[in-house]
Design a protein around this ligand. Structure first.
Ligand code: 9MR
Length: 374
């Protein structure tokens, strides 16, 4: 009797001890893990940064950024409206700080974006003359790209020039200058900074018709001898859409054009989608309601697992094509600051990234790192 009690106590002590060792090991692994280190041989891995990170005010986000990521994108500070608010004035204060942050931490620095119909200087919308439009575009791209010459590694030269059906978007640039604005923008960017990589960037780049349109756009540039180094697939995706097959088909198709593929703005929404909304067309906005905001306090475990599985599948696919993919960038550091809390419905609680509102790693983080450690 006494003997069996002693044996039981020994076994119990052993189990407790083992548990402690395992717990410590897990904690150490979490502490040591780093996305950028684990994926160093596959692709750059990054995050878009906002004012709080750039100014160093959000110290927790900054800590994550330095530990986990080796490339940054400016979520807003390089957009036309921010950097060039009126025809004769430029405001480089935040953009300079953004570039300094990247340099200080030895990161691959992305410029986003030189030409986008949205967030553009308001006067641009009333330009009617093609030569005047061309001059404004030239002045803008030249001034910005020359300032950061040799510092920005990769520019999103043109952003979101396509409709969902693959035709060119009726932007003010297209209306006033015609198709040639695309070639024009890339040529000016190349002249301003010949060492920077030049990208075309858009959402829903997995959709077959949009893919065809993008391929045509890129081939037209190439046919005319215009330099383009890569294509950005933004990656504002959901738990089930797009299918991995569509994403894969696009990665392969773009790569066949002889250019790099980057996943430039990755986030996975877990919230209901009003109507049949897809992508990131920011002019769309809808009413908030309890039904549309089902997890205001906490994400149920079942959905967190779904999100983790989705990230696992997506990263497996990225790894399979790491020879074609140059970079994977998340659109934000953690859930709290994601644009998806305010789009397409304002003031919801979304959970699209790998770090939660308390700057802690989520299950999704552990599966993404786990793919490289297990
Ligand atoms: O995340 C950005 C958000 O804070 C801005 O309000 C919005 C408008 O400038 O742009 C968001 O970023 C967009 C990016 O620049 C281009 N692709 C779609 C992104 C999400 O709308």
């Amino acid at each position: 009797m006494v003997k069996s009690i002693v044996v039981c106590v020994i076994i119990l002590l052993f189990l407790v001890g083992f548990g402690k060792i395992r717990e410590t090991k897990l904690r150490t692994e979490e502490h040591d893990a780093s996305l950028k280190k684990l994926y160093a041989k596959d692709f750059y891995i990054g995050a878009a940064v906002n004012d709080g990170v750039i100014l160093g005010k959000n110290t927790q986000a900054l800590q994550i950024l330095k530990k986990e990521f080796n490339t940054i994108s400016p979520e807003n500070v390089m957009k036309w409206q921010e950097i060039h608010p009126s025809p004769n004035s430029f405001n480089f204060e935040m953009a300079d700080k953004y570039v300094a942050l990247g340099k200080k931490n030895n990161m691959h620095i992305v410029g986003h974006t030189l030409l986008w119909h949205s967030q553009i200087g308001s006067w641009m919308n009333s330009v009617k003359d093609s030569a005047v439009m061309a001059n404004y575009i030239k002045e803008h791209i030249t001034t910005v790209a020359e300032r950061y010459k040799g510092k920005i590694d990769s520019w999103d030269v043109v952003n979101e020039a396509l409709n969902e059906d693959g035709a060119l978007r009726e932007s003010v640039f297209l209306k006033v200058m015609g198709e040639r604005y695309l070639e024009y923008a890339f040529k000016i960017a190349e002249k301003a900074d010949p060492s920077a990589e030049l990208y075309y960037n858009d959402y829903n780049m997995w959709k077959p018709k949009k893919r065809e349109g993008a391929i045509q756009l890129i081939e037209n540039l190439q046919k005319n001898g215009v330099k383009i180094h890569g294509v950005g697939m933004q990656g504002h995706w959901g738990l089930t859409e797009p299918s991995l097959e569509e994403v894969e088909t696009s990665i392969i198709a773009y790569s066949k054009l002889g250019i790099k593929v980057a996943i430039t703005e990755l986030d996975i929404t877990v919230l209901p989608n009003p109507w049949e909304l897809e992508g990131a067309e920011i002019s769309q906005n809808f009413e908030n309601s309890d039904e549309m905001n089902p997890y205001p306090d906490v994400l149920p475990d079942s959905v967190e697992v779904q999100l983790a599985n989705r990230y696992r599948d997506i990263f497996k696919l990225f790894l399979k094509h790491s020879d074609k993919i140059d970079r994977v960038t998340f659109w934000g550091v953690n859930d709290k600051s994601s644009w998806l809390n305010n789009w397409p419905i304002k003031k919801r609680t979304n959970y699209p990234l790998l770090f939660d509102r308390d700057y802690k790693t989520k299950k999704a983080y552990h599966v993404v790192t786990g793919l490289k450690t297990n």
